[in-house]
Design a protein around this ligand. Structure first.
Ligand SMILES: [Zn+2]
Length: 232
């Protein structure tokens, strides 16, 4: 059985909450794949095969230390139940490629991994905040966007159903890690070939909330979640 372990909710990031956090060692004790961000929203995290990597906005890769904290992390002990080899796959055809999970599992959370050669891949790296509680949409205005051609690597992330937006990011939320461990970030578009696609339906979601007072300083505004896809 595949379970999701999530720390914090995406609505909190929209309002700039980025302190506290689950430790890397805690998450890696339960999970081998995932995505998230670091304190002050300084870049993107991807966890692949039990290793946690952090990309900063200057396009550098760092390996996270066991004591590092992640104010937002969505992770899973990934045990794929669907595996396919495909000649080609695009962002737009991903849902279709995940047949029979769509529509049979359309109201579930689905973990997705893609190993491929990317003819073209576009990703972004956000942050960092320049002041405490700077909202995510402000950071999005100065995010780094990178395009690579002919690069091999791995995408990992989740499909979250529309009714969960705000707690999660509705739709596909995928991060990238190149095979040479030099490039990666939050995926905007991709065109892949020689694809191995793996996926699993998650039967449980374990959601941990920050315990600090800062988490409750501002009432979270649900209407802000409609712009989550622009920022996260
Ligand atoms: Zn992301």
């Amino acid at each position: 059985m595949n379970h999701i372990h999530q720390y914090c909710v995406f609505s909190a990031l929209m309002q700039g909450f980025s302190s506290d956090g689950a430790t890397v060692s805690d998450i890696l004790s339960k999970c081998n794949h995932g995505l998230g961000t670091v304190c002050s929203l300084n870049g993107e995290i991807i966890i692949v095969d039990g290793e946690a990597y952090h990309f900063t906005p200057d396009d550098q890769l760092h390996k996270l230390a066991p004591t590092d904290r992640m104010p937002m992390i969505v992770a899973t002990d990934f045990q794929p139940t669907l595996t396919k080899s495909l000649d080609a796959l695009h962002m737009d055809t991903l849902k279709e490629a995940l047949h029979p999970f769509f529509p049979a599992k359309q109201n579930n959370f689905i973990a997705v991994r893609v190993d491929a050669t990317f003819r073209r891949i576009v990703y972004r790296i956000g942050g960092p905040q320049v002041r405490p509680r700077e909202p995510l949409l402000e950071l999005a205005k100065r995010q780094t966007v990178k395009t690579y051609e002919n690069i091999t690597g791995t995408l990992f992330g989740f499909y979250s159903p529309p009714y969960t937006n705000g707690i999660c990011v509705a739709g596909f939320h995928l991060h990238f890690l190149s095979e040479d461990r030099r490039a990666g970030g939050h995926i905007l578009e991709f065109e892949a070939e020689n694809v191995e696609l793996k996926a699993a339906v998650n039967t449980h979601v374990h959601l941990e909330f920050p315990e600090s007072e800062a988490f409750n300083e501002e009432l979270m505004q649900p209407e802000l979640a409609k712009d989550l896809h622009l920022a996260e």
